[in-house]
Ligand binder design. Structure first.
Ligand SMILES: Nc1ncnc2c1ncn2[C@@H]1O[C@H](COP(=O)(O)OP(=O)(O)OP(=O)(O)O)[C@@H](O)[C@H]1O
Length: 287
């Protein structure tokens, strides 16, 4: 495998240490008996999930298994039909985007949702908009609170751009950038408000193999630098195995496994789900 050589053994040891510390604490994020239905389709069926602080926890599963639905429920975009989500002790079920941001949740989308006509730096600063207490009038008049918040936002944006090696693209229009850099800009924007929980919906989708490895390194760097708790949905199972502390597996909306990469790799129900072995009167599904 490329992973250990790529990030360096000392970094991996540090990551393992962080994961051990995380596992010894209570969950930062929890889903309790979450069910989500669309008419006759059950996208999520009584899903329980706990995620420790500072953990990188992946969610995998065959097409249509409910992965995006899970991210959408956690981010508050979808309201579960039943069950609740907890972030740092606060319970909710469906919240508007600005409230989700105030709860400390931040996310990226399968297809980057950036302002293509704005520069990379400006896009990243938009990630901080919900955190600011000053209003539009205060900003227009240049009141002290607004000036201070704008200076802090710029500084934070620069820090995140440095971490993700985006400084040289700071003034480039995002719409003109290659796809891999757009995905990285979206990661930077989601990281800018220093979220407690970062939700990444297929962060490596559509990337070349090299770009995927780079992205995995940036995700690791975010966790190492800020201790961010990360939930990621990703189709590249090999990459997920290398990047994640724990992996939950969904199949037909049910959680069929949740454990370390090694445990999941050897789980017969997971192997069957990916091979499309039918069970309990269900039709098989391809990867
Ligand atoms: N907005 C919606 N309206 C109706 N059905 C939906 C909606 N969103 C998801 N579904 C259905 O819920 C199920 C789970 O879909 P979801 O997109 O969460 O799966 P997924 O694991 O993310 O799939 P993929 O890997 O293909 O992205 C599927 O049967 C899907 O058709």
């Amino acid at each position: 495998m490329y992973g250990d050589d790529y990030v360096g053994p000392s970094v991996r040891a540090q990551e393992r240490q962080q994961a051990d510390i995380a596992a010894s604490q209570g969950p930062l994020l929890a889903l309790e008996n979450v069910t989500l239905s669309f008419g006759g389709v059950t996208a999520l069926a009584a899903v329980d999930l706990t995620i420790a602080p500072g953990e990188i926890h992946a969610v995998i599963g065959p097409n249509g298994a409910g992965k995006s639905s899970l991210i959408n429920v956690i981010s508050g975009l979808y309201r579960p039909s039943s069950g609740r989500v907890w972030v740092d002790g606060v319970s909710y079920a469906g919240v508007p985007a600005h409230r989700a941001a105030r709860l400390g949740l931040s996310r990226t989308f399968q297809t980057p949702a950036l302002f293509k006509g704005l520069s990379v730096a400006d896009n990243i600063v938009t990630g901080l908009a919900y955190r600011n207490r000053s209003n539009f009038l205060g900003q227009a008049l240049g009141l002290p609170l607004s000036r201070r918040e704008q200076a802090e936002a710029r500084q934070r944006g620069e820090e995140v751009m440095t971490l993700l090696r985006l400084e040289r693209y700071a003034n480039h229009l995002t719409g003109a950038l290659p796809y891999g850099l757009q995905k990285r800009t979206e990661l930077a924007r989601a990281l800018a408000p220093n979220p407690k929980v970062l939700l990444l919906d297929e962060p490596m989708a559509g990337m070349t193999a090299t770009e995927k490895l780079e992205m995995a390194d940036y995700v690791r760097a975010a966790r190492t630098r800020y201790g961010t708790t990360i939930v990621l949905v990703e189709h590249d199972v090999g990459l997920v195995m290398d990047l994640s502390d724990r992996i939950a597996v969904l199949d037909y909306g049910r959680k069929i496994a949740d454990g370390t990469p090694e445990e999941v790799r050897n789980n017969q129900a997971v192997i069957d789900a990916y091979l499309g072995v039918p069970h309990d009167n269900e039709q098989g599904a391809g990867i």
